[in-house]
Design a protein around this ligand. Structure first.
Ligand code: GLN
Length: 250
C-alpha cells in the first residue's frame, strides 16, 4: 500500500509544530509497511485532484492566512473534487477557518473561505488559549483527544445547522467558540479542528483513524494492525490528561 499526502502551504501554515502531524502519520504508516509520499504544494502551484489520499493544512497567523486565502480560493474547486473522489483531509486552526465560509479578523478584514465546512469564523475579544480535551465518538477507544488551542477566531455552524457535525464535545477548554461545547467539524472524510500540539503526536487513536480514512478510498476497508511499540505516544497522552486534573484543581 502507498499513502500519498499533500501538505498545503507548509511554509505559511505551520504554527506550534503542526508539521509534526505528518511525521506521525508517516511513521505510523511506515511501521506497518505502508509507503508514504509527501508533496508540498503552495502559492501558485497547481493541485491535481486525483493524486492524493490525504490533504493537510496547519494553523497560521492572520497575516499569513490572508496570503493563503487568496490562493486557496483558486485551489478550492480542485480540493472539493479530490474530497468528492474520497480523499481525506486534516486542517488545524487557521487552516480549518479558511475551509469554512469566511473568517472575519479583529480588524474586520474578511477572508473568503473555500466553503467546505458549513461554518463561519469571527474574531472575538479575547484569545481562546490553553490546553484542551475533547470527546470524539468515532474513535476505537473512549479516551479523549488532547491538545492545545490558541485562536482569536470563534467558529459557528451556519444556519440551518443540518450539515454541521462537530468533531467532538468539549471536556476541557474552548473549542469552536467557547460557548456551545462543540469542537471542530467533520465533513465526509475531512476533519477541521482547533487542536495543535502537534495533535497526532499525543493522540495515537486519532492518528490511526485518519490513516484509515485516508487509505480507505483507494484500498477499501483497511484494518491497521496495532503497534505494540507505541507506549511512548500513549504516555504523552496520559501525561497530558494528568495536566488537566491539576489545572482543574487550581
Ligand atoms: N489567526 C487565527 C486566529 O487567531 C488562527 C490561529 C491559529 O492557527 N492558531 O484565530
Amino acid at each position: 500500500m502507498r499513502l500519498r499526502i499533500c501538505h498545503l502551504y507548509p511554509e505559511l501554515l505551520n504554527l506550534y509544530g503542526d508539521r509534526g502531524n505528518l511525521l506521525v502519520l508517516q511513521r505510523r504508516a511506515e511501521w506497518r509497511g505502508i509507503a508514504v509520499e509527501i508533496n508540498r504544494i503552495s502559492l501558485g502551484d497547481t493541485l491535481a485532484p486525483d493524486k492524493y489520499d490525504l490533504f493537510f493544512l496547519g494553523g497560521g497567523s492572520d497575516e499569513d492566512q490572508g496570503i493563503v486565502a487568496r490562493d486557496l480560493l483558486i485551489k478550492g474547486p480542485y480540493l472539493q473534487e479530490a474530497l468528492a473522489r474520497g480523499a481525506a483531509l486534516l486542517a488545524i486552526c487557521g487552516g480549518y477557518q479558511l475551509l469554512g465560509r469566511y473568517y472575519q479578523t479583529r480588524t474586520n478584514e474578511v477572508f473568503e473561505g473555500v466553503g467546505l465546512f458549513p461554518v463561519f469564523t469571527i474574531a472575538g475579544d479575547k484569545r481562546l488559549k490553553g490546553n484542551i480535551a475533547i470527546e470524539v465518538e468515532v474513535l476505537s477507544t473512549p479516551l479523549p483527544v488532547v491538545g492545545f488551542e490558541n485562536h482569536i477566531g470563534k467558529t459557528y455552524p451556519e444556519r440551518p445547522r443540518e450539515g454541521f457535525r462537530p468533531l467532538g464535545r468539549i471536556l476541557f477548554g474552548y473549542g469552536n467558540n467557547g460557548e456551545d461545547g462543540t469542537e471542530g467539524c467533520v465533513y465526509g472524510r475531512a476533519i477541521g479542528t482547533y487542536l495543535h500540539g502537534p495533535l497526532l503526536a499525543k493522540n495515537p487513536h486519532l492518528a490511526d483513524y485518519i490513516l484509515t480514512l485516508a487509505l480507505e478510498a483507494r484500498y477499501g476497508k483497511v484494518e491497521l494492525r496495532p503497534l505494540p511499540g507505541d507506549e511512548i505516544e500513549w504516555k504523552a497522552h496520559e501525561a497530558f490528561l494528568r495536566r488537566f486534573s491539576k489545572e482543574r484543581r487550581r
